[in-house]
Design a protein around this ligand. Sequence first.
Ligand code: PMP
Length: 407
Amino acid sequence: MSLNIKHIRDQFPILKQQVYGKPLVYLDSAASAHKVVDVLLAERRLTIDYYGNIHRAAHYMADKATADFEAVRTQVAEFLGAEGREEIIFTKGTTESINLVAFSFGEAFAQPGDEIIVSEMEHHSNIVPWQLMAERKQARVVMLPFADDGELRMDLLPGLITPRTKMIAVTHVSNVLGTINPIREITELAHAHGVKVLVDGAQAVQHMPVNVRELGADFYTFSSHKIYGPNGVGVLYGRRDLLEVMPPYQGGGEMIAEVSFTKTTFNELPYKFEAGTPHITGVAGLGAALRFITEAGIGNIAEHEQELLRYATEKLLTIEGMSIFGTSPRKSGVISFNIEGIHPYDAGMLLDKMGIAVRTGHHCADPVMEHYKIPGTIRISFGIYNTREEIDQFFEALKKVIQILGK
Ligand code: PMP
């Protein structure tokens, strides 16, 4: 069964907007995806029909809100193939999820001289938290490079793992190169050496089936706003045996069992890691986004986006002076490119005036830019709602840009 794109687009009213009098062609879903209308309805329902603060309540409204919130936790556990719902922690987003692990795992396990392997293609969110942890613990961040085609140098990984290695932090899909990394291979190698693996799934869960147990991930993270859900909500999956021995990341309400000035004891999983009032309505919205994805079928979504990727890549390669960064055969719907003699910022600005939303710059992945010795790229990225016609519109606009800016 393939996707009914018209039906899907009808659920994203924003796509009917015009910008500068031109139909909007949104090719920036890797930065943030638009919200499916059911997400807003779920948030509205919870806000208007039965809002109350969750967990602590002894009244009807709060009970209903709690039930909604906890039902989404179960839904996320199923979506990721987790063993138990207590392995799902709600955060603000991928960034907070990774910071949580870097802090708490570091407190539990890192000793001076320990090493964390981080790949060269990571988003800053999966580099800086490890650097902060390394500084605190006198540990060291070791880089796993990628080759010019955008594939991780898996041949180098066995040599980088030492008796001091505690963690490998790697993205499932690169937000610049689009590469889909061989996570299973990484976790097998890591586990053979007693090393844990955190997988940044911010660019993966919306594009392909993910099962954390099949992948062998010890930790897996994603952001709701990239999977057609609300901003300000994210997920951390962590293996229960690890989360159990990791200390809390933040202190506050809900994460405690008992508090006194002589001794405070912590709540059980997952609440130990959810201090304070969470984004209650946002989590309800995430539930609606996951229902939308599941109904559309993640396999159908992957197929549709792979087709767009093939089509757009073919078209781009007909342009003289084109460089595409990331040419792995295992790639998701992200294309980063430059055209000889044209600055990506200028191209992005002109495309915008023609109604085409792309992203330009370093994409929060400075080491990737450094690898290719470039200041930035133009990046297009696809979501469930994009069409071949939009790629044609983008391509025609890009040809005009080349006429205007080209030599
Ligand atoms: N990792 C990757 C691969 C990403 O693409 C992003 C967002 N661009 C992040 C982490 C950070 O996600 P967030 O800003 O939602 O925390």
